[in-house]
Design a protein around this ligand. Structure first.
Ligand code: PEP
Length: 251
């Protein structure tokens, strides 16, 4: 039995004050909602104030990225050990990191490995472009991304996967629940052949791409979709809390 997970990716939004206020609004909105793991991923500079704002709440904190390197001359980067004191989860391989910062499956695997070694839980993002979907190769493309982004990691406990089709992120063009289910199931099959069916059954697979209050319940009803990675709608405390409730109701 996989517990649903709803994670909000705030991206490069919110000042320190806005981040604390949003965290407090979410904590209030989801208090009393059981049976779902709620995560917020604020900008790195807000991890500390957000953790203070969430002090009394069950909401977990994630970072949006990390360095694969342990320390040293990497100006501007944050290591897994630095983040480990501030959060529990970290997003790796987000499509914006892949498309804007040249990160590939190998980089993503190195970051996921660094996260796990520091006791952080990586949310490994995969997803096809529109061109790949139109060519009919979405399942094999994403299966290959899963393989490359895990790079023979010996143990997947602690790992989450987010299926985020590039064409659905920030576009308002959400994948249908059928596509989300089909792709989550394809990812689970890929995990079963790379690892074992027990491992595949245990890994939470989230859907991400224009999830909102109106469509959340349809993903929550999909058997292989265990939650959502939410961008835009996670910046509205009320909307995000309703999305969390939709997944709680499905658990
Ligand atoms: C995301 O950034 O991971 C995302 C899914 O964004 P949005 O919900 O805005 O499409």
């Amino acid at each position: 039995m996989r517990t649903p997970v709803v994670a909000g990716n705030w991206k490069m939004n919110t000042t320190l004050a806005e981040a604390s206020a949003l965290a407090r609004a979410i904590a209030a909105g989801v208090s009393g909602v059981n049976g779902v793991t709620t995560i917020v991923c604020p900008p790195a500079v807000s991890l500390l104030p957000v953790s203070m704002a969430l002090n009394e709440s069950s909401v977990f904190i994630g970072a949006q990225d990390l360095s694969a390197h342990p320390r040293g001359a990497h100006t501007g980067e944050l290591s897994a050990d630095m983040l480990a004191g501030l959060c529990t989860y970290v997003i790796v391989g987000h499509s914006e990191r892949r498309s804007m910062y040249g990160e590939d499956d190998a980089t993503t695997a190195a970051k996921a490995g660094a996260a796990l070694a520091a006791g952080l839980r990586p949310i490994v993002c995969v997803g096809e472009s529109l061109g790949v979907r139109d060519s009919g190769e979405a399942e094999s493309f994403v299966a290959s991304q899963v393989k490359g982004s895990l790079a023979e990691m010996p143990d997947l406990s602690g790992v989450l996967i987010a299926y985020e089709p590039v064409w659905a992120i920030g576009t308002g063009r959400a994948a249908s629940p059928e596509i989300a289910q089909e792709m989550a199931s394809a990812i689970r099959n890929a995990l079963a052949s790379l690892y074992s069916s027990d491992t595949a059954d245990a890994v939470p697979i989230l859907y991400g791409g224009s999830v909102n209050v109106d469509n959340a319940a349809s993903y929550a009803a999909s058997p292989d979709v265990d939650g959502a990675l939410v961008g835009g709608a996670s910046l509205d405390g009320h909307a995000f809390s309703h999305i969390v409730e939709a997944f709680a109701a499905s658990g």
